[in-house]
Design a protein around this ligand. Structure first.
Ligand code: CA
Length: 508
């Protein structure tokens, strides 16, 4: 083996593993009490674990578009599931390619295919791409490529890994490469492969009880907005026969039936995760065998979080913690020091607030490639290498969020935007689809929510109208106003101008 080159002389390869709807609280490194993910944990253990990385719009296609382009939904145009991407936009991948990287995409794209009015939605900027169509299939999936559509026999998570590794193995020469390995799992309808199906069911090897139920499972949402209560994401009421795959036992009480459905849902979800985890292990083993592990940036993340029975829900969309927090672990031994504190879950924790818009500039900085002007996110690479100089107080950190897909027919979550700091989450439900594709045309009254995430980490107490929080709410309304403006978005026309802004007391 030759002498290890320095990071200055050799640019890292990049393997970006992204899954779909994998909540951080179903990963060992994040302290999961419901499952085990030894291979994802191993990536964290040899590097870092981001504890406050948030989706700016907690939905599949929008998050993917933000991850690729480093821009917010209103800039990249992918606001809902029915607004396919203009794939000619610059992305971190096109920038890598222009800088000499070989690039490939394999797996779930989900930002449209074909073209509309001359705008192409198929992957661009990749030397090679093989993309599932729309949501894709778990079993014997169809892949769209530059040569057309074909069916691959097998299980999507295994196949996506196979195809990605095959592409890299076929490369010649020393130029660095970047491959996006974007899984369909563990997205609804949670279809495990034969190897993992039933592994969390009572009676399976090593399983001695039911999957633990989250503390907020029976949350009745009292004190919260009507918007929260309208959402059609209750495990007890809204999982379908296709989701559950088994007939609901007769004669159960409402409470027992909810618990039965929770168990059913989680058994399949976690079995899908187990397959993803195995495949993360396949990738890291393969890198190690090639002698590439030390100079490859390995990222494991998910397009958003997910409710795993939290507040009685499945799915995501809402600007609540379980939905917006994205898992993100990264290893790159040549430049990113490892070292979890003793007794802590795996991975050196990085707790600065960052978002999915920051991922693209971060990966570009890791590769030593200039960040295109258009990107709105900011690199957090220095936090990963440990060279970050503290900028301001953590109390000054915050990020702007917006969920656009108002009242879609299956989930019925109202459109909202908000601002989250370390301490608080402020949400304004404007409840208007604004005529966007995928939204209903029903309107509902605007509503506010405010949570103290330190005193109330489970977000059970909406204090938006609590006089004791009036001052903090006014300040947060003003900060949100300017954060929205800073990224070039606009408030809903019916939102009142915050008093501190209107009176010129807070000027951003
Ligand atoms: Ca998703």
């Amino acid at each position: 083996m030759s002498t290890a080159p320095t990071t200055q002389s050799r640019r890292p390869n990049i393997v970006f593993l992204l899954s779909d709807d994998h909540a951080a609280h179903a990963i060992g490194a994040y302290g999961s009490v419901v499952n085990r993910t030894p291979h994802i944990d191993a990536v964290a253990s040899s590097g870092v674990r981001l504890d406050n990385l948030f989706a700016t719009n907690s939905l599949c296609a929008p998050s993917r578009a933000t991850i690729l382009t480093g821009t917010y939904s209103h800039v990249n145009g992918v606001t809902t599931l029915d607004t396919p991407i203009d794939a000619s936009q610059p992305t971190f991948v096109t920038a890598l390619r222009e800088a000499g990287y070989r690039t490939a995409f394999v797996g779930k794209w989900h930002m449209g295919d074909g073209s509309t009015d001359g705008v192409s939605h198929d992957p661009q900027g990749f030397d090679h791409w093989e993309a599932l169509i729309d949501q894709g299939e778990y079993h014997d999936p169809r892949f769209l490529t530059a040569d057309g559509l074909r069916v691959e026999e097998g299980y999507a998570t295994d196949l996506i890994t196979d195809l990605a590794l095959r592409w890299v193995d076929g490369l010649e020469g020393d130029d660095p490469w970047c491959v996006l390995v974007w899984h369909k799992a563990p997205h609804r309808s949670w279809e495990p492969d034969d190897r993992h199906e039933g592994m969390y069911a009572v009676g399976a090897p090593g399983v001695d009880g039911l999957i633990p139920v989250p503390a907020t499972f029976t949350d009745d949402l009292s004190g919260r907005s009507d918007t929260a209560r309208r959402a059609a994401m209750r495990i007890a009421e809204h999982l379908t026969a296709e989701d559950l795959k088994q007939p609901v036992p007769q004669g159960l009480s409402h409470e027992a039936e909810a618990l039965w459905k929770y168990q059913r849902y989680m058994e399949d979800y976690l079995a899908c995760v187990a397959s993803v985890d195995d495949n993360v292990g396949r990738v890291t083993d393969w890198l190690r065998d090639r002698g590439d592990l030390d100079h490859t940036v390995v990222v494991y993340s998910s397009d958003q979080g997910f409710f795993l029975g939290d507040h009685g829900w499945f799915d995501k969309r809402f600007m609540y913690e379980e939905s917006i927090r994205m898992p993100f672990v990264l290893s790159y031994p040549e430049a990113v020091p490892a070292g979890a504190p003793a007794g802590a879950p795996a991975g050196r924790p990085v707790d600065r607030i960052v978002t999915n818009a920051d991922i693209a500039p971060t990966l570009l900085e890791a590769a030593g490639v200039a960040v295109p002007e258009r990107m709105q996110g900011r690199s957090f690479w220095a936090d990963l290498t440990g060279s970050a100089v503290s900028q301001g107080s953590p109390d000054d950190e915050g990020f702007y969020y917006r969920y656009w897909m108002h009242d879609d027919s299956s989930h019925q979550v109202g459109a909202h935007y908000g601002y989250r700091t370390r301490r608080h989450t402020l949400i304004y439900f404007y409840n208007d689809g604004l005529g966007l594709p995928g939204c209903s045309d029903r309107r509902f009254p605007a509503e506010w929510e405010l949570y103290d995430n330190v005193r109330d980490p489970e977000q059970l107490h909406n204090v938006a109208d609590d006089p004791a929080h009036a001052e903090v709410r006014e300040r947060l309304e003003a900060r949100m106003w300017f954060a929205q403006k800073a990224v070039g978005d606009e408030p809903h026309p019916e939102q009142p101008v915050p008093r501190l802004v209107a009176e010129g007391i807070f000027t951003g």
